[in-house]
Design a protein. Structure first.
Length: 340
């Protein structure tokens, strides 16, 4: 039995997981640094890389213990090469190389976005391309045609803020906390998402691109124009963020199904941190049912950053003969490329 160690440190989560060659997850440990970044209202890159250094040995140890394995039993080390924060990526790549050097293991660098695509394979091995993918996270909002595993065509992306970034910025401005996505998700439950109408940029244009910066500004402006007692009105704030969330979901659903119509896929896979959003999941499924299209989401813990998705993606490439040399370095702007 082959065992793959997956290391993910592209942002502020220190993640290590072990999977086997059937894509079964044996352990998946995520150490969130949220409490350290919360007071700054966002991620501080220097803090993130220093915390990775501190957490990674513990997270690695826990992941091996949960899997009832030690490093000798690992056959491949897969690590996020990019895109992401350089200092954070470096910590993961250094750990992968250190294990490879001292334990004489094969290692390879994985694209973080491709990792989010592979998350679905951990729980739904029956889902096979071709499918249309929507990856929505703190750094990306992308519509990708997946003709086969490893064969991608980029169809649309955000021209400014990513969807998760808009969540985080709205939450920060409204003093709701960090990270904004899960907080707004929770506050919106049972609130009136149709109380305010916010339109997103490029919503009705012909492209498959997105723009969330104007939407974020519209919500922030609305909040700024409110009277002080209104800002203390919990119901009003919940309706306001629910209306923001409704607009984000609407534009994500509309553009994804527009792409589906143009390119003719019969299944959709959604991934990335924002795919954990309950409203988006419900809206996507609802639209899918209406149009007779299957929509798949990984479980929320495999939507947000994790080592298992990186291990899965690494396993796929390794099985096709890829491995990396010591020259492999992190690349903060690593593009998603197709295999030959
Ligand atoms: O994929 P991810 O963990 O890291 C990146 O690759 O960026 O995504 C993080 C983003 C953050 O912006 C966070 O606010 C958002 O995903 N997020 C959510 C939810 N959980 C995380 N957004 C909306 N609803 C959620 N439940
Ligand atoms: Zn991510």
């Amino acid at each position: 039995m082959i065992h793959v160690l997956g290391i993910e440190t592209s942002c502020d989560d220190s993640c290590v997981a072990v999977i086997n060659d059937k894509y079964q997850v044996l352990s998946n440990v995520v150490s969130s640094q949220t409490e350290f970044h919360r007071r700054f209202g966002g991620i501080v890159p220097e803090v993130a890389s220093r915390k990775h250094l501190e957490y990674l040995p513990l997270v690695l140890d826990q992941a091996l213990r949960d899997a009832h394995l030690d490093l000798e039993n690992i056959d491949l080390v897969a690590v996020t090469q990019g895109p992401g924060l350089l200092g954070s990526l470096l910590m993961g790549v250094c750990l992968a190389k250190t294990i490879a050097l001292f334990k004489d293991k094969t290692f390879l660098g994985v694209n973080h976005l491709e990792g989010h695509l592979f998350a679905i394979r951990l729980e739904y091995p029956e889902i096979q391309p071709p499918f249309l993918a929507l990856i929505v996270s703190g750094g990306h909002t992308e519509i990708i045609a997946v003709r086969d595993w490893g064969k991608y065509r980029h169809l649309g992306s955000t021209r400014d803020d990513a969807a998760g970034e808009a969540y985080d910025k709205v939450s920060k401005f409204l003093n709701l906390g960090y990270p904004g996505g899960p907080i707004i998700d929770r506050l919106s439950e049972g609130a009136q998402g149709d109380r305010f109408h916010f339109s997103a940029g490029l919503e009705d244009d012909d492209t498959l691109d997105f723009s969330f910066s104007g939407l974020k500004t519209a919500v922030v402006r609305h909040y700024s124009s409110m009277k002080e007692e209104e800002k203390k009105d919990e119901k009003l704030i919940r309706d306001l963020v629910a209306s923001f969330q409704e607009s984000v979901a609407r534009v994500l659903v509309n553009k994804t199904f527009k792409a589906l119509k143009i390119y003719g896929f019969s299944q959709i896979v959604v991934g990335g941190g924002v795919a954990a959003n309950r409203h988006l999941r419900a809206k996507m499924k609802e639209e899918g049912e209406k149009r007779g299209v299957q929509v798949f989401f990984p479980s929320p813990s495999f939507c947000t950053d994790n080592g298992a998705m990186i291990a899965a993606c690494g396993l796929f490439h390794w099985e096709r003969g890829r491995k990396d040399s010591w020259e492999m370095d992190p690349d903060p702007r690593l593009p998603l490329t197709s295999i030959e």
